[in-house]
Design a protein around this ligand. Structure first.
Ligand SMILES: N[C@@H](CCC(=O)N[C@@H](CS)C(=O)NCC(=O)O)C(=O)O
Length: 218
């Protein structure tokens, strides 16, 4: 049996959460490592002094996008040709832009937070969700690219859940996305990851923000 990928990160979402989602979608079990003691293990492997770090197939990989695209290719979630890969990249870059705005907000000043979240929901409603609604409506297929489940679907699903945590009614004007969410959320591996006890992490709370600030000293 192949060794489980080892994920080195804080015990929270951050940039590792999309990696956790993709591995879960592929049905891969992981070994999560965190804590100050882990600094010794990761020493010398953090190419640019940053996490996430994923140990897999004899490699120590950093840079979220590089990790995600390796996993997508390895687990057959990256389209069937170069053109499909380009579209998957385009969609995942878009959803990552949206998710990074949400992930960064707990680290901003308390007075800015509510306004930031409102702006992000507005951006989701006017920029990102209309684009994906149009894609799904345009081709009438179940998934974003090539009528096959891909990394683009996993990440859009994750992004929808994150925005819904800010505004539960955000999909009310997006019937395609609503149906997409139900379809993807019912896939066995996705459903499993949504259950309590999975490696899925909750939104950042004050404790998480403090731990990250202490470790990264900012
Ligand atoms: N481009 C990198 C950015 C990684 C990054 O900023 N990681 C943060 C934690 S989420 C970090 O390690 N910061 C420490 C530092 O930059 O010194 C990626 O996408 O993986």
């Amino acid at each position: 049996m192949a060794a489980k990928p080892k994920l080195y990160y804080f015990c929270g979402r951050g940039r590792m959460e999309a990696i956790r989602w993709l591995l879960a979608a592929a049905g891969v079990e992981v070994d999560s490592r965190w804590g100050r003691g882990r600094r010794r293990t990761t020493a010398g492997h953090l190419l640019f002094g940053q996490v996430p770090l994923v140990e897999i197939d004899g490699m120590m990989l950093t840079q979220t996008r590089a990790i995600l695209s390796y996993l997508a290719a390895k687990y057959n979630l990256y389209g069937k040709d170069l053109k499909e890969r380009a579209r998957i990249d385009m969609y995942t870059d878009g959803t990552m832009d949206l998710m990074l705005m949400i992930l960064a907000t707990p680290f901003s000043s308390p007075t800015n937070k509510e306004g930031s979240y409102a702006t992000i929901v507005q951006k989701a409603k006017t920029r990102y969700f209309p684009a994906f609604e149009k894609v799904l409506k345009g081709h009438g297929e179940d998934f974003l690219v090539g009528n096959a489940f891909s990394w683009a679907d996993v990440q859009l699903f994750e992004a929808i859940l994150m925005v819904e945590e800010l505004d539960a009614a955000v999909l009310s004007d997006f019937p395609q996305l609503k149906a997409f969410k139900a379809r993807v959320g019912n896939m066995p591996n996705m459903k499993k990851f949504l259950q309590p006890g999975s490696q899925r992490k909750p939104p950042a709370d004050d404790h998480y923000v403090k731990v990250v600030r202490d470790v990264l000293q900012f």
